[in-house]
Write a new protein. Structure first.
Length: 562
């Protein structure tokens, strides 16, 4: 049985192929069309997935789509009747846009399967089920508490439940405009960033501020009741009217003037980011405690755009009663293509669970011959290195910043050692150097460490593994001066633990680096510049290499140096 999973309705369009319960390939459309967080129909991703899987359109048995447009229409109608000011933007987004999205899908479908043909069955699946239930079915847990948090799906914003084997039970949902995601998007815009796009920047800014300055005020804005239902004081916001500026005049009266996108960060912006981050964490922890008391489950599966807040995830690991948390590598809308396929396979078709998504490296890969052809086609010179890991480790030990392009591409927003920029974490000025000369982004932005899974506890205060770089922890105090380039201002780090089985070449590189420096940790950031998707092909890697301050590029077994 072959299932094509699709996400195309909101953003981060993605396609995947699941064959007999095994995830064969998953690719985000942005990596191919070069439009970050693209909303385009994932035609290029579909074609690439089919090619990698070695199948044709005629081989597809089912299509699972991560949206069910008819869900909660009565709730939406009541909402608009109470808020006529929202009618025109609501009509544009939920009617005109929805019609265009559906029409695009069915035109694509009819172009590939004729009416008299044995065509695949199409399944439109509730967005939050594709998020959290789909994540549960590919988690390592047979039983878990389930939590989905994002801006909104069809209309729901938070989903609480319980999973056991192939069964899913829904406890509670919150609905728009009572949304953790919209709450956080607003402070993102207030800080001069792009909402529903730059929330990671807000999370990184928060440690620069004092959460206590605005905390008591923000605590009034966002509350959770005894059953886990979310309540937002809408007098501070305009997002409920689906307009461009998400904050109200009252918000500005309390928190001050918003930051212009190119302006300096004032204390009020940093303090607001800190308070919104802290209150978000506190409220989600309240929900986690409610879920634990109701389920007594050992583990939690969390999904949705808000689950990419790795600082929040770190607190859940440390402070909740759950033993560990599973957050899939593409926990935002990109991962709903995978979630839709597995909710269909396990939840609807009731097939036995036989797959654990513990490997993020499920995209395209290029062999040395393909890479050499690209290099020669560009009339460039490169050296072939039999031991590419030892060569790369030498460059890093010398203080060089390298592009690292190896094996199958990762899925999700975090570079995990296949499409990464790497550096020596021991250099105190390395963070500023990469931000200014390579990434071309804000100077405060932190970088993540990748550490050998066998050695990470020597440097980091984390009791569980973090293979997808989605759990923030503290750097041990005695090690902060050893790896200053990956230690944020509050002493934290967004850690990736590197497993030899999952990525042998990346593991070997860090091992070689440890031999030379005594440090089993490298600085790792995504192989791209600000505003662009992560590189996908050798052509993308070469262009990024020659347009930035990178010192060397290790691509397959080929090395280019400036």
């Amino acid at each position: 049985m072959i299932i094509l999973g699709l996400n195309y309705y909101f953003h981060d369009s993605t396609a995947c192929i699941v064959k007999d319960g095994e995830l064969i390939v998953a690719i985000e459309e942005e990596r191919l069309n070069r439009d970050k967080h693209t909303q385009a129909f994932p035609q290029m991703a579909i074609d690439r997935c089919l090619k990698i899987a070695g199948i044709s359109y005629d081989d597809i048995d089912h299509i699972a789509v991560s949206i069910k447009p008819t869900t909660h229409w009565f709730k939406k109608l009541i909402y608009i009747l109470k808020r006529p000011k929202s009618f025109l933007p609501f009509f544009g987004h939920h009617v005109v846009n929805a019609y265009a999205k559906q029409r695009r899908f069915w035109l694509w479908y009819k172009n590939h399967w004729k009416e008299n043909q044995d065509s695949p069955k199409v399944h439109f699946i509730e967005h939050h089920l594709t998020h959290v239930a789909g994540s549960f079915f590919i988690s390592p847990y047979k039983e878990a508490a389930l939590l989905g948090i994002d801006g909104s799906g069809e209309w729901a914003t938070t989903w609480m439940g319980y999973g056991k084997d192939n069964s899913i039970e829904r406890f509670q949902e919150s609905f728009f405009p009572n949304s953790f995601g919209s709450f956080y998007e607003t402070v993102t815009q207030f800080c001069g960033f792009k909402p529903n796009y730059d929330e990671g920047k807000t999370m990184g800014l928060a440690p620069m501020g004092d959460s206590n300055v605005f905390k008591s005020e923000v605590e009034k804005i966002l509350k959770v009741d005894r059953k886990g239902k979310v309540n937002v004081d809408l007098s501070y916001f305009n997002f409920q009217y689906l307009v461009k500026n998400t904050y109200s005049n009252k918000f500005i009266e309390v928190f001050g003037k918003p930051r212009d996108g190119n302006g300096p960060f004032e204390d009020r912006h940093k303090n607001a980011a800190a308070a919104f981050q802290k209150v978000l964490e506190d409220r989600v922890l309240e929900i986690c405690n409610i879920l634990y008391e109701k389920t007594k489950a050992d583990y939690l599966v969390i999904s949705g755009g808000v689950s990419l807040n790795s600082v929040m995830n770190g607190r859940i690991v440390r402070e909740s009663k759950f033993k560990d948390v599973y957050v899939m590598p593409a926990a935002g809308d990109n991962g709903t293509a995978i979630g839709a396929a597995y909710y269909l396979y396990n939840g609807i078709l009731n097939k036995k669970r036989n797959f654990v998504h513990n490997n993020a490296y499920i995209g395209t890969s290029y062999n040395n011959d393909e890479i050499e052809k690209t290099i020669k086609g560009a009339k460039l010179k490169a050296n072939y290195e039999e031991n590419i890991c030892e060569k790369a480790a030498t460059l890093l030990a010398e203080g060089k910043i390298i592009g690292w392009f190896q094996g199958p591409m990762e899925i999700g927003p975090r570079a995990l050692g296949s499409r990464s920029i790497l550096a020596n974490p021991a250099y105190p000025n390395m963070k500023d150097k990469i931000n200014a000369e390579v990434k071309f982004r804000e100077a405060y932005r932190p970088f993540a460490p990748s550490a050998l899974v066998e050695k990470y506890k020597d440097f980091f205060d984390l009791e569980v593994e973090a293979p997808f770089m989605l759990k923030v922890c503290d750097v041990l105090k005695e090690k902060q001066s050893v790896i200053p380039a990956v230690t944020h201002v509050d002493g934290s780090a967004r850690l990736q633990t590197v497993n030899q089985e999952l990525h042998p070449r990346y593991h070997q590189l860090i091992s070689e680096f440890e031999k030379k420096t005594g440090v089993p940790v490298v600085l790792n950031t995504s192989f791209n510049i600000q505003g662009e998707p992560v590189v996908e092909s050798p052509q993308h890697a070469l262009r990024c290499f020659y347009s930035t301050g990178l010192d060397a590029l290790c691509i397959g077994n080929w090395v280019l140096e400036k």
